[in-house]
Design a protein around this ligand. Structure first.
Ligand code: NDP
Ligand code: 8X3
Length: 261
């Protein structure tokens, strides 16, 4: 059970606490953020590629969902088409750039170009596409929350391209914060450690023994733990800017140090 102190001065519209747009709301962090934000009074625009999943979440959350948008963040034309259709009351007061993935864990001399392109195009270019399309329409007092990773702070063997993409998110977050400062738009990063979502299943292309190995012997973060961090940032009073939040399982001290039993 999570309790966030909510500042009603955050209210940017007739939509209660405001409108949160979440990319990658079909599973993991994104779905948990959508559920927690709806429960706290946000209106939502939710996005993802898997239409059935998105429709199911929209149905579950009912009137909280203003719009469900099915598109691939890698596809600039599709992103532009989907986001340009937002009505003024649907433009986010909180943008959560969450859609992302790791694919493969081969060393650099064995990596697959296709995997590398998927990671760079989704985690870096996808975040840029969504941000570029929405920021011109976002008002003073709004916030962007980028989902980074411990993998964007510490590189590890087999992580090179995923590491590079999340180091990019770290750098982009800092520069975006400076660019958007004069417009009164805050930019934050939430950087989680190991979390039990569909992440590892995607990374290991469905190999469940590899997935089980990642989370064995300790309790990883749950999607709700990360959602709680996002909602904390989203609901601070308007003069408070949480810029960076590193959140790890209690059993993880760094990208390399786990206490497994
Ligand atoms: P999930 O695989 O459960 O969720 C990933 C989400 O991203 C899905 O909703 C997926 O939707 C969406 N997505 C992926 N590719 C695209 C695309 N091309 N276009 C649109 N949406 C896309 O994993 P997590 O919830 O764990 O991952 C969320 C974020 O958190 C990612 O950025 C990940 O890198 C980061 N992260 C994860 C950690 C972990 O250990 N789990 C730790 C630190 C950071 P769909 O497939 O329907 O398009
Ligand atoms: C996901 C966390 O450590 O598997 O970003 O890269 S890690």
């Amino acid at each position: 059970m999570y309790l966030c102190q909510i500042d009603m001065k955050n209210d940017k519209s007739q939509n209660g606490l405001g409108v949160m747009l979440i990319t990658g709301a079909t599973s993991g962090f994104g779905a948990a953020i959508a559920r927690m934000a709806a429960a706290q009074g946000f209106k939502l625009v939710i996005t993802g590629r898997r239409e059935e999943r998105l429709t199911a979440i929209a149905r579950e959350l009912g009137e909280a969902v203003l719009k469900s948008l099915v598109f691939d963040v890698r596809d600039l034309a599709a992103t532009q088409q989907a986001l340009s259709g937002l009505l003024p009351a649907e433009v986010p007061t909180i943008l959560v750039n969450n859609a992302g993935l790791a694919v493969g864990k081969e060393p650099i001399d064995q990596g697959l170009y296709e995997d590398w392109n998927r990671m760079i195009d989704t985690n870096v270019k996808g975040l840029l596409h969504v941000t570029r399309e929405l920021t011109p329409r976002m008002e003073a007092g709004t916030r962007i929350i980028n989902i980074g990773s411990i993998a964007g702070r510490q590189a590890y063997p087999g992580g090179a391209v995923y590491n590079a993409s999340k180091f990019a998110v770290d750098g982009l977050t800092t520069a975006m914060r400076m660019d958007l400062l004069p417009r009164g738009i805050q930019v934050a990063q939430v950087a989680p450690g190991a979390a039990d979502t569909e992440f590892s299943s995607v990374r290991f292309k469905g190999d469940q023994s590899m997935v089980a190995n990642v989370y064995q012997g300790y309790k990883p973060l749950q999607a709700e733990d990360v959602a709680d961090a996002v909602l904390y940032i989203a609901t601070r009073p308007s003069h408070v800017s949480i810029q960076d939040l590193l959140i790890m399982p209690a059993a993880q001290a760094s990208a390399y140090h786990f206490h497994k039993t």
